[in-house]
Design a protein around this ligand. Sequence first.
Ligand code: PLP
Length: 386
Amino acid sequence: MRPETLAIRTQTERTCEKEHSTPLFLTSSFVYDSAEDMAAAFEDDSLDVNIYSRFSNPSVDEFVKKVCLMEGAEDGIATATGMAAVFSSFMTFVSAGDHIVSASAVFGSTHAILTKYLPKWGVEYSYFDMNKPETIEGLIKKNTKLLYVETPSNPGLDIIDLKYVADLCKKHNILFIVDNCFATPAVQQPIQFGADLVLHSATKFMDGQGRVLGGVVVGKKDLIKQMYLFIRNTGPSMSPFNAWVLSKSLETLFVRMDKHAANALHIAQKLEGHPALSWVKYPFLQSHPHHSIAQKQMSNGGGILTFELKSGLEGGRKFLNNLKWLSMTNNLGDSRTIASHPASTTHSKLTEEERQAVGITPGLIRLSVGLEHPDDIVEEIIQALH
Ligand SMILES: Cc1ncc(COP(=O)(O)O)c(C=O)c1O
């Protein structure tokens, strides 16, 4: 079966109730038939038996299995949030004295983990510019354990050639981890290009309606086994309820991503050249600096676009205040279109230089394009530009 069908037809084994839609296993723990079975479950970590929902749960397993099938991964593990997926991926594989090479254009909390928390445990990092991939190899040292990228990046929409980076990682025997949150597996499957682990904030397009938090990491079986033990013992596991919501959401991910992307491209084309804007950035616009890489590794441009207001920081605030119905919120990947102004909100505590380094210009507006009629969105944006 093809991934579109697998995302719909993969389901926990039907129970004696003969339910059509997938059941929700809202239970903290599971029972045993005998003391011997109970003892065996604790003796052998690899036994395929449910013990406690911090370790495993059928609703969570169903969600993970679908993501693995969609990403072409051997195995996976779900987490409470996207940040738990990022943090667990780092903590499982690095030790004091190790080094991480990462793109500088990463989500703000990932930046905080790399720059504030991991150094406290003796793990150092080096950043590279997504626009200068030729500088990556020079940063790899003897103690480099892993390389981390987001592509497209949040919020700068920078794109890096996954195959180029994967080949470098193989050459130097380091783990390659990709945050695939913006593209989703419906648009880009980094494992195809050589990534070892792929992670997501499932909170975004995977949910698609801004309801629950979640994260997931998929990849090689031996790596996921190590992560499983870390997560089982430290506790950032996904709740069964959230997994049930997310698994149902994956049934519509392909059709939603097609519509998000078609809307986003339409809006980007309508806005490009508007006199109030310095530029419009969208992976599938010809003017995107990495348009050809995007076309090589993504099946469409995804649901996020950005533009720069000529009126700068003040203009960004004014634009948000002029909106009549578009949502002003920090989430993304919703059926409702969302506008945010990183320089005055999520990234306001960075210095101007730090913002510039991650591509956040004063008048940058990030638009998470929803599923409304694209012309309604265009009209709403254009009226807010005046
Ligand atoms: C690219 C990216 N990675 C990770 C995260 C963190 O995800 P969560 O908010 O689910 O912890 C986000 C959140 O916006 C994100 O955009």
